[in-house]
Design a protein. Structure first.
Lengths: 849, 485
């Protein structure tokens, strides 16, 4: 079978984004994307790969070479070469498979005719604070500055915002967006009632009620959990080391620090500084050091036979990439092996950045027993109260001392033990297992030896008996302390910095010129007189003169609420980025963010308070011409409909059914997982033989689910979560049959349906109609239509008939999950379970409208 | 459905499925709502406007990955000259400063360990195959050996990742993801990219597999491989819950679809229709997958071909038979992994076991495809992630040795799908340590595979981090012309 398909044009041709025929051509908006995509690869910043000694990214060079004659396209070789029919001459060369469209060629010609002015790349220039534009429309009732920018653009298309969303939709949207959980029915009631028109003619969103709702959500601890979910992807956070053995580590204290920081609304600059360099702050608190776990979250290799230096260097490269992606929106990793092909970042500058992260007191690998049985690597810090930390230190000190004493008399003890072993008489009291090892005479395994030695020293030998008992006691105490005050990995600077070199072709085996820590020249310099270390780097990243950081962060929050960033390529703000649809809005938000003192909650609030955010998401009322012109809804004439993220889909099912365990933080949880997910592909490491929790751990929020990188939780991956092997700043959103299977059949969702069904019967009213309407409200926060009610009721009755005829099947269905089964008629419960399963699978339920 | 919405679909479809991805995928199958088979992993790439760019020689791939790295000099690359050098140190002129893994870099000597296995020439092509592979020897003339594969990685995790994704580091799409992204699915009831794994007689820790090996990297996650499982449901969450019959499921799905359809009428978002179609495909999979994995209708002579192990679910033999059944159903990419080839010590015994597990089923698969006329357009690839050293890791005795990882040369073979049968390319030195002739990189292999599928590897790209990312990376890759029909 041949696949028939129709191809559409690239989205670079979104019509509303390009200069209209009468408008002046803009370099940043119109020209740079063409040059960067089609020309810079051979005629750009990378010196080694540059052809014909021509570079088009610098105006003077392009003019000197004759490629461009400002004001005179006819005398510009660039124009000649893109319009020619000569296959030898034409640019871009056919072998690149790049083809300029007629529109692009015309733009280049007009641009040269208009003087071929260059502009610095918008993202590398410090944003200025623009005035909010005046708008004609009254659509933005109680909106804010955001709406002025959005409306300005919409008005050029002769459209406006959609009508405001109804209160049911809005409270569901804002609650899911800010907390990752649906609103409770009680909250919905309060808000909807506050918005009900006095004359009963429908609803008007009450500003006071909405603002109170937003404030309450931002103050809820679930807000921090939801924000952390996004941040954990950037930080490639997991509970395992990754790579071949993929054994366990303990980094949840860092994860809990992140949740707390978001909930305390730690300003983003401080949030950044503490994570990148908390250890270098003057007199850092324990928490500030824990924060530096951000850059210990990368994978750590422990495969037998690895070469240590190779992997220490890989980890540092990961830190540079992650820092670039998370804060700067730059693809620094592209300059690992050669100068960047598109952005003015040289290979040397990459290794200057590398140098900032090169001085950690670490080996970079998890070898030997640690690799197999899991655990953290130095540097580490104990998380607990001061008293607990001191106590742990003291215990460790005493343990070390006893071990040293034992070692001193090792020979003497061993000799005595050997005598004892040989004297059969004295073995009468010896336990059978020990006796067996001794008498078998063969070579003892490590474990066997340890067993016999321990027995001898703690039971037989009077000279060691007492200290062995003490040692045992101390170890038990320390283990107990470890459980409540775990060690977590952090950054710690070496007293003498390691040397850093340019690595030719990115290979650790091939060092070139020595480099010292510094930032790329295209960005503002580090402050004079400051040491070039991580702390200075962190402060530089969040300095108001850094053109990228604030823009990158506000753009990602915008993406979270509106589906796309103002810059669509939210992962890349370099030359190959897509220009912002609303550049002034982006700069306005970024500068407001900085001048607010990097107040994250204030920025989140500003976005959700806008009329743009609060409008309806209906597509069917959109003018057809607008749908054609703006298929991606970049102009925001309506709110987007977004499928919920993986975590929210599961958390919501737990929440609607009432199963959700709301405890915050702590060691990771083990919810249901199909048999063999960990073991079918690996028998390495300590993360094997998965045992689900038997209590609340089954129902914790998904961000607490234990994350083994090489075999991540399947229902998360199926719904597009990041794999957490490397920094991921953007997830895809897909629609697949495996998602349908998971929602229909995975035990969490089936149990959620059964428990929701129980509540239908116990709390939802006295007859099927009431109960179905109740469950529908629980799941969607709105009243079902009559058609929907009747459909669901008929569906329920069919199921009821089925289960009446097969009561044994009903008993099986309602047994799903570990939670107790309510004492209700199992046949009816089974039928309601099927109905609840349908409701939890509705597109509307897994989508936020 | 009102007619306005039908018209609006075209516009909206441009963002369906791929809405939040990082790419410039500004297109999708406009007919997708009418043709459910296009919904799953079937969105053509913008860089394949004229697909096929090249003649299509293979419609599907079965990749028989031998995880852990089989020893080339004990299987296909005989070095009889080594017998007289038994126990002698590997000359520096051969090692040429090659870096060694930490497992042998501390060894005082690198004693040459000649293979204890006998080789013979087989078929008209006179292929040299060791006595460990008696079945494969009977179809030597179907096979095309590349004895000059090379890689850059010397540890398993990066090396196997390199083979599957073209990079040693995570984050890049696997071969199967690229192909299902580029070419879509030809079966409306099964995924386009299926992964099978097996343990055999070998140590179960030689070597593990990782999700990323069939992950979609930066491609939308609908292109990730669907790993079939050896315990429980073959596909995760395939079975209805206990106590829910197929009839009840059908009825509840009808009701769910009707409700979703009403919602679509109220909202007008074609994503809702796409979701309805996905639920329908899920339902079809509930039938098509059990039917696929049910061998009860296979005649006895076919069962016998694959050997006794075929009855054990999750064995290599069972997976080979399953691979044939997937090929019959036009599944685009079947990625099979067999673990247990990492023979650092006790190689002779361990490799006997691995070969006993795999020799007959591999042979049966190729013969079976051939007798059904499927071999011509099914590309088979057999091989591991690197080779092994001629010198012994650990103690060398007359009948026992181990071999460390060796990236500089190793052997793989291909068959079917537009590959010349009965030939061999590549020559290694006397120590099977360095390539003397026709080196083939992993990128070259990938380019060759894509070529046979009708794709110019330079033209299957996806915009990632500003670059036109390709399976074959940034270094030059060349399809190996000499082995193509």
């Amino acid at each position: 079978m041949r696949i028939s398909f129709t191809l559409l044009l690239s989205i670079f041709a979104v019509p509303s984004l390009i200069a209209a025929p009468q408008e002046k051509v803009g370099f940043n908006r119109d020209i740079r994307p063409i040059l960067s995509e089609n020309c810079y690869y051979c005629h750009g910043p990378d010196e080694k790969h540059r052809e014909e000694d021509l570079r088009l990214d610098i105006r003077e060079e392009a003019i000197k070479a004759g490629a461009i004659t400002p004001g005179n396209p006819e005398k510009s070789e660039l124009i000649e070469r893109i319009f020619t029919d000569d296959e030898e001459e034409i640019m871009p060369q056919p072998k690149t498979h790049k083809v300029l469209t007629a529109v692009q060629k015309d733009l280049l010609k007009r641009w040269i005719a208009e003087g071929a002015e260059y502009e610095p790349h918008w993202a590398f220039a410090v944003p200025k604070h623009p005035a909010t534009p005046p708008v004609k429309s009254k659509a933005a009732a109680f909106g804010n500055g955001i709406d002025a920018f959005i409306l300005q653009k919409l008005e050029t298309e002769n459209v406006s915002l959609s009508a405001p969303a109804d209160p049911h939709t809005l409270i569901r949207r804002v609650t899911l967006d800010l907390t990752g959980l649906p609103p409770s029915p009680a909250d919905v009631n309060v808000f909807v009632n506050a918005c009900r028109n006095a004359d009963g003619s429908g609803y008007t969103i009450s500003k006071a009620a909405y603002e109170a709702l937003v404030d309450r959500l931002l103050a809820s601890p679930t807000y921090g959990e939801n924000m952390a979910r996004q941040w954990l992807d950037y930080a490639r956070y997991a509970d395992s080391h990754g790579f071949q053995t993929d054994s366990s580590r303990t980094m949840w204290p860092w994860r809990d620090w992140v949740i707390r920081a978001f909930n305390e609304n730690k300003p983003f600059d401080q949030f950044t500084i503490e994570q990148l360099a908390g250890d270098l702050l003057p007199n850092p608190t324990n928490a500030q050091i824990v924060a530096t776990g951000f850059h210990r979250n990368h994978r750590i290799n422990g495969e037998g036979g690895l070469i240590t230096e190779e992997w220490r260097i890989e980890n540092i490269i990961d830190r540079v990439d992650t820092t670039g992606s998370t804060w700067l929106g730059l693809t620094l990793g592209c300059a690992r092996c050669h100068d960047h092909k598109y952005d003015p970042i040289s290979q040397k500058e990459f290794y200057q950045m590398f140098s900032f992260f090169n001085n950690i007191a670490e080996t970079g690998v998890a070898v030997g027993a640690l690799n197999r049985s899991g655990g953290n690597l130095d540097p580490m810090i104990r998380v607990g109260t001061e008293e607990q930390v001191t106590q742990a230190k003291e215990l460790q000190g005493r343990i070390d001392k006893i071990n040293a004493t034992l070692k001193e008399s090792e020979k003497k003890i061993a000799a005595a033990q050997s005598v004892w072993e040989k004297s059969k008489l004295s073995h009468d009291q010896t336990p059978a297992d020990i006796k067996k090892i001794i008498t078998s005479g063969g070579k003892r395994s490590k474990e066997q030896k340890a067993l016999v030695d321990k027995y001898y020293r703690s039971v037989v030998d009077q000279s060691t008996k007492q200290i062995m008992a003490e040692l045992d006691q101390l170890q038990k105490q320390l283990m107990a302390l470890d459980k409540i005050t775990p060690l977590t990995m952090v950054m710690k600077e070496l007293p003498t910095p390691r040397k850093a070199f340019i690595l030719k072709r990115g290979q650790y085996t091939d060092p070139g010129e020595e480099v010292t820590a510094n930032t790329p020249a295209v960005l503002p310099p580090l402050p004079a007189g400051e040491p070039h270390n991580r702390l200075t780097l962190a402060k530089w990243i969040v300095s108001p003169t850094n053109p990228l950081t604030a823009r990158v962060w506000v753009n990602r929050q915008w993406e979270h609420f509106f589906g796309y960033g103002i810059v669509k390529t939210s992962e890349n703000f370099g030359m190959q980025s897509e220009p912002p649809t609303h550049p002034e809005l982006l700069d306005w938000l970024a500068t407001e963010f900085v001048s607010s003192g990097w107040d994250m909650k204030a920025m989140m609030k500003r976005m959700v308070m806008s009329a743009t955010y609060r409008q309806a998401s209906l597509i069917k009322t959109m003018p057809k011409v607008l749908l054609e012109k703006d298929p991606y809804n970049r102009l925001l004439a309506r709110a987007p409909r977004l499928r919920l993220p993986a975590e929210a889909i599961r958390d919501q099912a737990l929440s609607i059914s009432g199963l959700l365990d709301q405890r915050i933080g702590g060691p990771s949880a083990r919810p249901y997982m199909p048999k063999g997910v960990w073991d079918e592909t690996s028998v390495y490491g300590d993360l094997r033989n998965y045992q689900a929790d038997t209590n609340g751990g089954l129902y914790r929020r998904s961000l607490y689910t234990i994350w083994k990188r090489t075999a991540a939780p399947p229902t998360m991956l199926i719904f597009d979560s990041a794999a957490r092997e490397i920094c991921t700043v953007k997830r895809s959103s897909t629609n697949t049959p495996l998602q349908a299977l998971a929602l229909l059949n995975e035990v969490t969702f089936v149990e959620a349906a059964r428990v929701l069904a129980q509540r239908m019967m116990l709390e939802g009213g006295s007859d099927p109609a009431q109960r179905i309407a109740w469950a529908f409200r629980q799941a969607t926060q709105r009243e079902a239509t009559d058609e929907e009610k009747s459909l669901l009721q008929k569906s329920f009755e069919k199921s009821l008939t089925t289960y009446r005829a097969a009561p044994a099947e009903a008993t099986k269905l309602v047994a799903a999950g570990n939670s107790p089964i309510a004492k209700v008629d199992p046949i009816e419960l089974a039928a309601y379970t099927v109905t609840a399963n349908v409701i939890l699978n509705l597109d509307e339920v897994i989508t936020r409208d | 459905m009102n007619s306005f919405i039908l018209q609006a679909q075209d516009a909206i479809n441009r963002r369906s499925f791929l809405s939040s991805t990082s790419s410039v995928l500004g297109l999708t199958a406009l007919n997708s709502l009418l043709a459910p088979q296009l919904l799953h992993g079937a969105v053509p790439t913008p860089n394949l406007p004229s697909f096929p760019q090249l003649p299509i020689k293979a419609k599907r791939v079965i990749y028989l990955f031998q995880s852990g790295a089989p020893s080339q000099m004990d299987l296909f690359d005989p070095k009889p000259q080594m017998q007289k050098l038994f126990g002698k140190d590997l000359p520096d002129s051969i090692r040429q400063g090659q870096r060694l893994t930490g497992m042998t870099s501390g060894q005082k000597s690198f004693p040459v360990a000649p293979s204890i296995f006998k080789f013979a020439e087989h078929g008209q092509s006179r292929a040299t195959i060791s006595e460990l592979m008696p079945h494969l020897s009977t179809i030597a003339d179907e096979l095309c050996f590349i004895k000059s594969m090379r890689t850059d990685a010397i540890n398993h995790d990066p090396a196997i990742t390199f083979f599957q994704t073209g990079r040693q580091i995570p984050g890049y799409p696997s071969m199967g993801s690229w192909l299902s992204y580029g070419l879509g699915s030809e079966n409306k009831d099964l995924p386009a990219f299926v992964v099978l794994s097996s343990f055999g007689s070998g140590r179960r820790d030689d070597q593990p597999l990782y999700d990323r090996l069939w992950g979609s990297g930066f491609l939308p996650s609908q292109y990730q491989g669907v790993k079939f499982r050896n315990t429980g449901d073959p596909v995760l969450y395939l079975s209805n819950p206990n106590g829910m019959s197929a009839a009840t499921r059908r009825q509840s799905l009808d009701d769910l679809n009707a409700l979703n359809h009403q919602r679509f009428g109220a909202i007008g978002d074609p994503e809702i229709q796409a979701r309805i179609a996905q639920y329908e495909m899920a339902f079809r999979m509930q039938t098509s997958v059990p039917e696929l994995t049910d061998f009860s209708k296979e005649p006895q002579h076919i069962i016998d071909m694959y050997g006794p192990d075929v009855k054990r679910p999750g064995s290599y033999a069972a997976n080979c038979l399953l691979a044939r059944r997937l090929a019959e159903r036009d599944v685009r990419f079947v990625q099979l992994f067999h673990m247990g080839w990492d023979h650092h010590s006790g190689l002779p015994k361990a490799i006997r076991g691995q070969c006993a597990d795999t020799d007959q089923p591999t042979t049966a698969l190729i013969k079976d495809l051939k007798q059904r006329g499927l071999l011509d357009d099914t590309l088979i690839v057999w091989g591991g992630e690197f080779g092994r050293t001629i010198y012994s890791q650990g103690a060398l005795t007359q009948d026992n040795y181990g071999r460390d990882h060796h990236p500089r040369c190793f052997t793989i073979f291909l068959a079917g799908g537009g590959i010349k049968p009965g030939m061999s390319i590549g020559v290694t030195d006397d120590f099977s340590y360095n390539i003397l002739q026709d080196p083939v990189s992993i990128f070259d292999l990938h380019a060759t595979m894509l070529n046979r599928m009708g794709i110019d590897h330079n033209r299957m790209t996806f915009k990632f981090q500003g670059l036109d990312a390709k399976l074959t990376g940034v270094e030059k890759a060349t399809a190996v012309k000499s082995i193509m029909l």
